[in-house]
Design a protein around this ligand. Structure first.
Ligand code: CDT
Length: 354
């Protein structure tokens, strides 16, 4: 059996302005993919809503203007503007994960990403963002940076479905293994992958649902503003420099901690830079190991390819020891996680308890 190693990349995409031509943006993505292909990268992860600017920051009064930021239909790989990216992936047998605003045939909007297999020449999996941040109505503060995801998108309805990616690694264990020998398949088949979008990465529930499916690599595209006090809030006044530092810190924290706690690799790809010269989005695209270390990271906030070789054998240590769920999880103690949504505090005690 061949070693289960893979050359992977995060394709960070810098500023994309509100009036950017989709064709030009796709050409930048094609350039990044070309660069990856020339380095023999086998899997490339692009950001959230990569084909356009991060449009939920704007209130659109005109529905036809809003529609320009969505891709129509269930399978977008043949849509005129974005087709060159999928054609290039297919002709070079490279797999890609890419995010976009999805408009379904029945008119619903989702913040979506797809995993397109260049080997199979088709979409292998689709994910729709579950944890939509922000508001439905603009913030009262007229200078606020809005995040109207709850206005434009429905919460994802596909759950967190892990999937295998055949063709990425030759000579892995194939179908036909019976449930009785499931232990024999652990760490041997085609890699087990999962997708999340931006804010999802801050929610350990999302990671654990993938972890419970034996996930070995999580792919996350994101648009993270670093100066959005109305969105993030803060207890004490903060300078823009401090806010930026904190946005990077929290990004790295959640990617490293959750990769470690689920013993999986992660690739995170930023839509970064200053859209329209003023809406700052962090960079920090990274590849993290199952032991929680960042092994490759973007240097700036422009278009940039972040490449690393990963070895899925490195997931085994965590999955078989510290985070061997089968031996160590105690589901009888976790009931609140799915039975309750918001916080219910313990009752206040009187002086008699002192
Ligand atoms: N795009 C996206 O989900 N952005 C959010 C903003 C912060 S929500 C508190 C993020 O998680 O980066």
């Amino acid at each position: 059996m061949a070693p289960r190693t893979l050359l992977v990349a995060a394709a960070q995409v810098g500023a994309v302005n509100r009036d950017a031509d989709k064709e030009d943006t796709v050409q930048r993505m094609v350039n990044l993919l070309d660069n990856a292909i020339s380095q023999k990268v086998q899997l490339v992860v692009f950001p959230e809503t990569t084909f356009t600017t991060f449009f939920p920051r704007f209130l659109f009064e005109d529905a036809s203007e809003l529609e320009k930021y969505f891709e129509q239909g269930d399978d977008i790989t043949g849509n005129e503007d974005v087709k060159p990216l999928f054609d290039l992936a297919r002709s070079n047998s490279v797999d890609i994960c890419v995010g976009y605003g999805e408009r379904t045939e029945d008119g619903r909007g989702f913040n979506t990403c797809i995993y397109y297999s260049g080997h199979a020449g088709k979409i292998l999996s689709k994910y729709r963002k579950v944890h939509l941040p922000g508001t439905s109505e603009p913030f009262p503060n007229p200078n606020a940076v809005n995040q109207l995801e709850k206005r434009y998108f429905k919460p994802g309805d596909l759950g967190f479905q892990a999937f295998r990616a055949p063709g990425l690694i030759p000579d892995t264990l194939k179908k036909g293994t019976t449930p009785a020998d499931i232990k024999e398949t652990l760490g041997k088949g085609d890699p087990i992958l999962g997708m999340m979008i931006c804010n999802d990465r801050r929610w350990p529930e999302a990671w654990r649902v993938y972890g419970l499916q034996g996930v070995e690599l999580i792919m996350v595209g994101y648009n993270t503003p670093w100066w959005a006090p109305d969105l993030f809030g803060f207890r004490k006044p903060m300078s823009k420099d401090e806010a930026e530092k904190e946005a990077y810190y929290h990004h790295k924290l959640v990617m490293e901690a959750n990769s470690y706690m689920n013993a999986c690799y992660s690739i995170s790809a930023a839509r970064a830079g200053f859209d329209d010269g003023k809406y700052g989005l962090i960079g920090g695209s990274a590849i993290v190991s199952p032991n929680g270390y960042t092994i490759a990271q973007a240097k700036g906030i422009d278009d940039e390819l972040v490449v690393a070789e990963i070895d899925f054998e490195d997931c085994r240590q965590g999955k078989e020891k510290t985070f061997d769920f089968d031996r160590h999880r105690r589901t009888e103690a976790y009931g609140l996680i799915t039975s309750q949504t918001g916080v219910v505090e313990p009752k206040l005690l009187g002086d008699e308890a002192a």
